[in-house]
Design a binder for this molecule. Structure first.
Ligand code: NAD
Length: 552
């Protein structure tokens, strides 16, 4: 009956309201967030169980999805479900303060950790690509990356443009699940935005959810709109259908140099994520199925061409940065030797935040009622009246962000703040100020949960970029601390072979048990970021360790 109503493939709907379907709120939370990841408004392609980021899935097969639901509906508080690359494989005996679900996605022994081997296993039904929050059931739609993207563009403005992005043109490729946050982040930051995607359906989705203002198939029209808006200092966003390489080539020919240039195509996956230059979407699909080797070769060559144009625009003065999709590595493999002359966005703009234990804290209202998010927003503003940056963000988000699926909020918080916020949310549930429990989670892209040498840990002070003991310690401390579900993944963001990372989600259901778990987990999790960066020699992290009394 439940499957009929909520998980009738390809239609997935998260249950809402204060009534339980599962036996307890911990399992119910996992159930609702799993279904939320797959619901139409949230997932990029529910028919293939694809949530975002190329082929990032929530479950391996439709049968696995249904089995996961069946188990979560009956899971007791002294049991935990094991999920191996999107397939439920067993239950272990645990206790009420242990995670209800333990997830491992896409992990391979390092020597075998290549896309070729992974795809072979995937075709044989043995593995699934979990990306970051797809396979760990805490993807919240494009909003999830919105604030991080905004923080990045704003930092770029602060560092290079006197903190003023008006009359500045920002050009990028890829308007998919995450990349689709770029237009709104750019306009909130004050810039004029031109984004290019080869798939018109992706741009239409951004129009529907109010992430982008206008769309066209015509380069000349997009150019006219962009230049006029830039001239007038209008923060509007334009989506252009096309190949990003072709559009950059035309901009160069027309002598147009955007002030800011980046990219969020799914370059991390040369076969399933990037569309080679010169192919229509249909031709790309056909070639991908018929001859993946040829497809990959053409993909790498196109990325080399694409990055070649980025380098030319960088020479002409565009502030150009890699946006965490491993484009530089594959462009280099495709024949562009200077790809790494483009800096990564983490060392440029994010690391100072990581040294404060800051990261993409987020929460969802399991009631399904947007009013609950409004209540949490207001309560946060009251809790941190001195944090004017956060308050500005919450005001902008309330006005401009359309919810997708269960109402939720992203809000970067740091060491100390996360624990206070979590305990405060638990109190709101206890006092009946919100209509049902709240789940709190974060992206794996956080201060102490990733090893990813071309992204989060690029250019670490002590050269420890590739050391992945840290995300494992993060996973272990969140498991020991009592998160509600935890996950360890490989390959998120930058692709198989290039990253390892841990996720956690924790429930605020108003109980004293939740108070204990929240205060452990939301202390330890950002503390891992401070440990990691202090150990690598970052002075601000060392100072923060002292400030927060962390025992280094
Ligand atoms: P997605 O697969 O949903 O979207 C990728 C988009 O790129 C698609 O819409 C596709 O049509 C488009 N595209 C592919 N080839 C193109 C081409 N040649 N020209 C123009 N458009 C093309 O992926 P997503 O979730 O948006 O993620 C995008 C990338 O960003 C991924 O590599 C992901 O790992 C990375 N990422 C970065 C961050 C970050 O914080 N920087 C966070 C999450 C994801």
């Amino acid at each position: 009956e439940f499957i009929q109503k909520y998980a009738n493939h390809p239609t997935y709907i998260p249950p809402t309201g204060p009534e339980l379907n599962a036996k307890n709120w911990q399992s119910e939370a996992a159930l609702r967030m799993f279904l939320n990841n797959l619901t139409d408004e949230v997932a990029e392609d529910p028919s293939r169980l694809v949530v975002y980021g190329g082929i990032g899935q929530a479950a391996r097969t439709v049968a696995d999805a249904q089995k996961i639901i069946e188990v979560l509906l009956t899971l007791e508080e002294d049991e935990s479900l094991l999920v191996q690359s999107g397939k439920p494989v067993g239950k272990v005996r645990t206790h009420a303060e242990a995670p209800r679900v333990l997830i491992a996605n896409s992990n391979l022994v390092p020597h075998w950790a290549t896309w070729e081997h992974f795809n072979e296993l995937r075709e044989r039904g043995l593995m699934m690509y979990g990306q970051m929050t797809a396979g760990s059931w805490i993807y919240i739609g494009t909003q999830g990356i919105l604030q991080g993207t905004y923080e990045t563009f704003a930092a770029c403005g602060r560092i290079h443009f006197n903190d003023d992005l008006r009359h500045k043109l920002l050009v990028t490729g890829g308007l998919g699940g995450m990349g689709g946050a770029q237009p709104l982040a750019a306009t909130i930051a004050g810039a004029t935005f031109l984004g290019v995607d080869v798939d018109p359906e992706r741009i239409k989705k951004r129009l529907e959810t109010r992430y982008i203002d206008k769309m066209t198939y015509d380069y000349e029209e997009a150019k006219r709109w962009a230049l006029e808006a830039k001239e007038k200092g209008e923060a509007i966003s334009i989506g252009l259908v096309g190949d990003i390489g072709d559009v950059l080539e035309k901009l160069i020919q027309d002598n147009i140099t955007p002030e800011i240039l980046t990219d969020q195509t799914s370059a991390h996956d040369p076969i399933n994520g990037y569309v080679p230059n010169g192919l229509t979407l249909e031709e790309a699909k056909e070639l991908r199925e018929r001859d993946p080797k040829e497809y990959k070769a053409r993909s790498l060559k196109s990325m080399a061409r694409h990055v070649g144009f980025m380098l030319e625009l960088q020479r002409r003065g565009s502030r150009t940065f890699d946006y965490g999709n491993n484009l530089r590595e594959f462009a280099q493999q495709g024949g562009e030797p200077n790809a790494f002359n483009i800096p990564g966005f983490v060392p440029e703009y994010m690391r100072p935040l990581f040294c404060e234990g800051k990261g993409p804290f987020r929460w969802a209202a399991l009631s399904g009622d947007p009013e609950d998010i409004r209540v949490t927003d207001e309560a946060l503003k009251e809790l941190f009246p001195e944090n004017t940056h956060m308050i500005k963000w919450l005001d902008e988000a309330e006005e401009k962000v359309a919810f997708q699926g269960l109402p939720c909020r992203i809000c970067w918080l740091g060491m100390g703040e996360r624990e206070k916020a979590g305990l405060m949310f638990n109190q709101l549930v206890r006092d009946g100020k919100v209509k049902a429990p709240i789940v709190i989670g974060r992206d794996h892209l956080d201060c102490g949960s990733v090893a990813s040498p071309y992204r989060e840990t690029e250019g670490m002070l002590d050269g420890s970029d590739a050391v992945s003991d840290w995300p494992l310690l993060n996973l272990m401390s969140n498991t020991a601390g009592g998160a509600t579900w935890v996950s360890f993944h490989h390959g998120g963001g930058v692709g198989i072979g290039y990253s390892q990372h841990a996720g956690m989600v924790i429930l605020a259901d108003g109980t004293e048990r939740a108070d204990r778990c929240l205060s452990r987990v939301l202390h330890n999790d950002p503390a891992m970021g401070i440990f990691r960066h202090a150990d690598a020699g970052y002075e601000t992290a060392q100072q923060n360790a002292e400030k927060f009394g962390l025992k280094l």
